[in-house]
Design a protein around this ligand. Structure first.
Ligand code: SF4
Length: 88
């Protein structure tokens, strides 16, 4: 596993589902076309495909995130309720 996870910014996403077509192993489209990305870390053998899919996103809505970054953020938010309330 790479330690990276796919994420999507639903505000930016146009919901045409290109990413689900390009990377069905990790992304599926919901009934409106919005991507549902796997919560699991991207397997090593799909990392290049995941990078290509991210690069192909026309709205720059799809990105890769280090799993440790998310864990650190969630931990910080748990420790600081004010940050959680003001998080955008
Ligand atoms: S390719 Fe990008 S804009 Fe299109 S559905 Fe996927 S995340 Fe949304």
């Amino acid at each position: 596993m790479t330690g990276q996870r796919l994420r999507v910014n639903p505000i930016r996403c146009d919901a045409y589902g290109h990413c689900a077509e390009l990377l069905p192993e990790l992304v599926r489209a919901d009934e409106w076309g919005y991507p549902i990305v796997s919560e699991s870390a991207v397997p090593d053998d799909l990392l290049d495909e995941a990078r290509r899919t991210v690069a192909a996103c026309p709205r720059l809505a799809l990105f890769l995130e280090q799993a440790e970054d998310r864990a650190a953020l969630e931990s910080a938010l748990q420790a600081n309720p004010i940050a959680r309330l003001t998080r955008s």
